[in-house]
Design a protein around this ligand. Structure first.
Ligand code: ADP
Length: 186
């Protein structure tokens, strides 16, 4: 977890590789569906372009189908999901069904000034259609309203790990590996 620009996508790929599990990024799956012009992409696009969350029923079904794939059987890392309290409950139900359990929830913390710099930089290099000023602002707002409260929920569950997301990509990765290794060993 982490606000837009915290480095979730970047770190998710490295962490999943390190632990030999697939990284399941809802944002990436939506973007791939938009590029391929699928029905799911058609449903998601207008929400994504406005910085809004895609409706829960669309997102939930997509994640449910993805974690049922054979490569997710030994475990998986979710990037960008859950983002709402309803998704937290839905995820609990899904993993009860697949026989998995949530080992840890990693939150990346980054200064707000640094977040803005990173998003502006990404707007120049990646050209994502949701990296414009107004849309970034809306995504930040939604994160604070709907997603940040999940941090307390997972803290209460005792599985929250807060990691300093400032600094070089590799430094942050090392912090995450270390924190997750400690969870594995305990
Ligand atoms: P970022 O990490 O920069 O916030 P993502 O690439 O994870 O962005 O997601 C991009 C967009 O995809 C979101 O703004 C939202 O519209 C949609 N999306 C991704 N994950 C979810 C989710 N769990 N629930 C609803 N919408 C989502």
């Amino acid at each position: 977890m982490g606000p837009p620009g915290a480095g979730k996508g970047t770190q998710a790929t490295g962490v999943a590789e390190h632990f030999g599990v697939p990284a399941i990024s809802t944002g990436d799956i939506f973007r791939a569906n938009v590029s391929n012009g699928t029905e799911l992409g058609r449903k998601a696009k207008e929400f994504m372009d406005a910085g809004e969350y895609v409706p829960d029923e669309v997102t939930n079904l997509m994640v449910r189908n993805r974690i049922d794939e054979p490569d997710a059987e030994p475990g998986f890392l979710l990037d960008g999901y859950p983002r709402t309290l309803a998704q937290v409950e839905e995820l609990d139900g899904m993993i009860k069904h697949t026989g998995h359990s949530l080992d840890a929830v990693v939150v990346l913390t980054v200064d707000s000034e640094e977040l803005v710099q990173r998003l502006l930089q990404r707007a120049e290099t990646d050209g994502r259609s949701d990296d414009t000023e107004d849309v970034i602002r809306r995504r930040q707002e939604l994160y604070i309203e709907q997603t940040e409260p999940l941090i307390e929920v997972y803290r209460e569950h005792g599985i929250l790990i807060e990691v300093d997301g400032m600094g070089e990509v590799d430094e942050v990765s090392e912090r995450i590996f270390k924190a997750l290794q400690d969870v594995n060993e305990s």
